[in-house]
Design a protein around this ligand. Sequence first.
Ligand SMILES: CC(=O)SCCNC(=O)CCNC(=O)[C@H](O)C(C)(C)COP(=O)(O)OP(=O)(O)OC[C@H]1O[C@@H](n2cnc3c(N)ncnc32)[C@H](O)[C@@H]1OP(=O)(O)O
Ligand SMILES: O=CC(=O)O
Length: 682
Amino acid sequence: MTMTLITTPPTTTTPAGATPQTATPQPAASVPHLRLERPLEGRDADILTPAAIAFLTELHDRFARRRHDRLAARERRRFEIGTGDDPHFRADTAHIRDDPSWRVAGAGPGLEDRRVEITGPTDPKMTINALNSGARVWLADQEDATSPTWRNVIGGQLSLFDAIRGQLSFTNAEGKRYEVTAERTPTIVMRPRGWHLPEKHVTFIDRSGRELPASGSLVDYGLYVFHNAHALIAAGAGPYFYLAKIESAEEARLWDDVFTFTEERLGLAHGTIRATVLIETLPAAFEMEEILFALRDHCAGLNAGRWDYIFSIIKTYRGRGARFVLPDRSEVTMTVPFMRAYTELLVHTCHKRGAYAIGGMSAFIPNRRKPEVTTAAFEKVAADKRREAGDGFDGTWVAHPDLIPVARAEFDAVLGDEPNQLGRLREDVSVDPADLLDLRIGLPVTTAGVRGNVSVAIRYLEAWLRGPGRRRDRRPDGGCRDRRDLALADLAVDPPGPRDRRGRRHHPHVRRGNRGGRARRGWPLRRRPLRRRRRDLPRGGAAAGVPRLPDAACVREVPRLTAGCRRAGATTASALRRARRAAGFRGWGHDGPGPSPHSVRGGMPEGRGHDGLGSSPRSVRRRVAVRAVVGTVLAVRRRGPRVVSLVMRGLGILMLTPPFLPWLSSVVWSRRNAAETVGSKP
Ligand SMILES: CC(=O)SCCNC(=O)CCNC(=O)[C@H](O)C(C)(C)COP(=O)(O)OP(=O)(O)OC[C@H]1O[C@@H](n2cnc3c(N)ncnc32)[C@H](O)[C@@H]1OP(=O)(O)O
Ligand SMILES: O=CC(=O)O
């Protein structure tokens, strides 16, 4: 069932509770409008008010085209880098970098002291726990920590709406009641999805009548700012955002224009909205100053999004050969030279322009039931935060409330009573492009590392498809437990043997077992190791306890997440099939149990996934069969005489073995009997 709402921009500046806009069932093709692909349920109408939808329509009408241009520019840039044109500091923006006079807006009210920020999803329980956590800032995450099912998207908005108005409470299945009790709650900084992600439950019909999925960024951002900007300002804070996955100054400029338009439309003073930009892609690391400049009236700071940054390096350089292959994930630490160069440059750039430098996420998570795990996690996190505070960062992220005192102690030791260390200009830092691109670590890829990656990818996919989009996990080395979310799964699925431009694979030497193992050339991930990973999937219990099927929106991520596995051979289909089966899915296309409303097969509309490949069990089987046949034909063509001679030899040996002839005759005999039996049926 779909719902159509027509809006004619400009429409309204009235936030929640405003008089509903006119709704007519058949909009003219030339009037831009949005269509909701899901019926409103429960309290959805509190968020998806006609006025809010009118605002979203205006955002799309003004900015959707520029968003597509920017995404096309990303592809072009990626192609250029893939064909040898390494990133560099831009010549056309040298005047921005050389001009010492400009500064960014800096901290808005409530953002002056950001020494510890807790990240987390926006479901009611986590929202309340984050607000009670004692952190200075809460990153309310509609991005990496959240699988964008329609329920998560709208449910997250509802939690924020209620929390900001002091009316959020929650009772869990065991009857435990959650309420916000902290005297001082963290300032909320909301993270909408990045420019690349669509929101498939909302369709934008543009002036020419063309239908496109709405932008995930504009939906998340637009609903939050529309409903909450005035309430946040009244509470002494403001509408603040983390901007994810930005790749260029032009993308930052696009956000800046969105902010300026919003301020005009909602009657806010220019510069009320504040953004902290995650520098988590390789191209963005070369444009930090330009990004700050583009957003200077709205910018509070930059954050070192380390995990996505590593993934971005892998992704950007995956066609460029073995020189760019990183070793096992656990070896790519914050102290390897290219990560040092990136964080040092970030602190230097921020403080030069009056922007806060916020540190990243250590992946170690305590376990309240296992003190030894907690102790190890505390030690690792403390060391990480000590390094960041010493390097000049003004604050940092933690993923769990128990880590707040650990991180705070390290920052208190350096900041004391000062709210930041903007005065430390780090003029000693000198980073050139070669430092950012020197990916040599000098450690091997090991089969243990590769298996660990496959394990993370499969576990994460299961959690993603089921809905939470994040999980805690045991580390492959048996030590602390860390969190898995989109950024980490992204890292895990890109295998170290991608194809180059001409379609050849670049296999690094992969060591058997761990670092000390014998080096072997070739991609170690065949069917056998993957079969062993079957144990990675939760059996029954956890998954079966959540019968909800995932939204189709998350399927957009699946091909990306599994692209690496897919390149490694016929592994993705089986991995996904197992993940889906373990989670009790029959299709990916909708929330709620039972077959998909889109398709009798229970898959995506017309039984096809977003990658254009079928996703129903039958089409997956067909695809695997076709791959097997094509693979065999190619193998025979490539190594023809050898394969034929091997097959003949095998058959010869088989025929000489004593059990063969009796077995053959029994098969022929039983076939004939069966045929007779069938033939004799009435
Ligand atoms: C690279 C990036 O993008 S990082 C940002 C994205 N990732 C994240 O934000 C991950 C955030 N962290 C989490 O989601 C969780 O900490 C997990 C999933 C890793 C672990 O959660 P759990 O298994 O529930 O941990 P645990 O049982 O120790 O939690 C203890 C309590 O702390 C709460 N808690 C844990 N983490 C958080 C958090 N980040 N925010 C608020 N509360 C939290 C739990 O809800 C739980 O509360 P309860 O006792 O009332 O049930
Ligand atoms: O989004 C944050 C990261 O570390 O990646």
